[in-house]
Ligand binder design. Structure first.
Ligand code: SAH
Length: 396
């Protein structure tokens, strides 16, 4: 087995059980060559064992640790145990009858770096984000088939990060047959999910609980849902008794599915207005038209994938939030989110504070929000906490 020896002192993060080794921390590779994604032993400069990881020669993150125990055997039974533990942690969600869509495996935070598995009814979508899971692709498919018995395992290995790993994008059926229609239940609402062409693995499971919260606060309100995708927040608002819901997204396909989702649930389509537009321009138009709302949701895409994009992203967040504040009636609520790993909770709150100041409103934080519990964050891996949200009430 090949061994990676770290530079002196570079074992510190691994001793804190953070699972990444950056290429700059590596002194040398002994016993190579090693193929992409193959398992290597990791050692300190003085030869102390640190564990086993997946080797990714083209990435800045050169190794992702599978295990911090040198006694571990990285093979089928190891992955069976890790997957079983991830499933067991979701037993409560699994038992629910009003819900059949959730994240089964959340990568690093479930001890399986680079592997995401989302369940949509009896279809599983698997996303391999780095070299390790790429190497073990068939093993993961076999275990998932055995432990979950889905009708289909569909692969959506088309995340941007794969390029940095030197891996090509790959999508398609891995096991079984993809049903013509995939429909799921989320808190009793039905959603059509396009696992083959939709964004991420087809749907934004991480916002499930936050969508539900919006639904409970929507009664008799004029709601604006920006970046609505397939209508998630809009459907909850309609079910929650909103007076009107205006939803905006740049994707025609997403809006088509959103309208279908309203029908699927027998919700009152006459209360729903849909706009296919760029939100930045649409918000300015609404401001110029002097439109006002009681509840606004801003759930934009990832403006800052890493900290290097933080400055540009901050301007974009400030822009939409400033406009959002201006479109709220006194006493109105702003649900504002960032799913950017490159923007910390603190920075996000500062950006929003700046937006409120420039909009000339006083606002209170009513609640701080994060991803749903099927997207847990390992304490030793704070990078896992990408989604942050604030519920703000502007002064009446
Ligand atoms: N709130 C949604 C998820 C939003 S994902 C849910 O709960 O399911 C972000 C969405 O923003 C995507 O649907 C994407 O099409 C859209 N989008 C990205 N940039 C945009 C822009 N500039 N204007 C409008 N929509 C945009």
């Amino acid at each position: 087995m090949a061994t990676i020896v770290l530079k002196p002192g570079r074992e510190k993060s691994l001793l804190r059980r953070h699972p990444w080794v950056f290429s700059g921390a590596i002194e040398r590779l002994e016993g190579g060559p090693v193929g992409i994604g193959e398992t290597v032993a990791v050692q300190t400069a003085s030869g102390e064992p640190l564990g086993w990881g997946a080797y990714s020669p083209h990435s800045q993150i050169a190794i992702r640790l599978w295990s911090f125990s040198s006694a571990e055997d990285i093979a089928l039974p190891f992955f069976e145990r890790r997957l079983r533990a991830a499933l067991a942690a979701r037993a409560e969600l699994h038992a629910r009858t009003d819900l059949d869509a959730y994240r089964l495996v959340n990568a690093e935070s479930d001890g399986l770096p680079g592997l995401i598995v989302d369940q949509y009814g009896d279809v599983l979508v698997m996303q391999l984000g780095s070299a390790g899971p790429e190497h073990w692709r068939d093993t993961f498919a076999d275990i998932l088939q055995e432990q979950c018995a889905p009708v289909c395992i569909y692969e959506r290995s088309d995340s941007d990060g794969r390029e940095l790993e030197g891996l090509p994008k790959r999508c398609g059926v891995v096991r079984g047959t993809l049903p013509e229609k995939v429909e799921v239940t989320e808190n009793g609402l039905r959603f059509a999910v396009d696992v083959a062409e939709g964004q991420k693995t087809g749907y934004y499971l991480d916002q499930r609980d936050n969508r539900a919260l919006t639904g409970t606060l929507a009664q008799d309100k004029d709601v604006l849902n920006c970046f609505c995708y397939t209508g998630g927040f809009s459907l909850y608002a309609l079910r929650g008794g909103a007076k009107s819901v205006l939803s905006i997204d740049a994707s025609e396909g997403a809006l088509e599915l959103a309208k279908r989702n309203v029908e699927l649930n027998g919700l009152n389509a006459s209360k729903a207005e849909w706009q296919c537009a760029d939100v930045f321009g649409a918000l300015r138009k609404l401001r110029d038209q002097n439109r006002k709302f009681d509840l606004i949701v801003l759930d934009p895409p990832k403006f800052a994938p890493t900290a290097a994009f933080a400055e540009k992203a901050s301007r974009a967040y400030k822009d939409i939030n400033l406009l959002g504040f201006k479109l709220l009636r006194p006493g109105g609520l702003l649900f504002t989110y960032s799913c950017s790993g490159g923007i910390s909770d603190d920075l996000f709150q500062k950006i929003i504070a700046g937006a409120a100041l420039d909009a000339g409103v006083d606002a209170q934080i009513v609640k701080k929000l994060h991803a749903a519990p099927d997207h847990p964050v390992l304490l030793s891996f704070p990078e896992g906490a990408y989604l942050k949200g604030l519920v703000l009430r502007v002064a009446g």
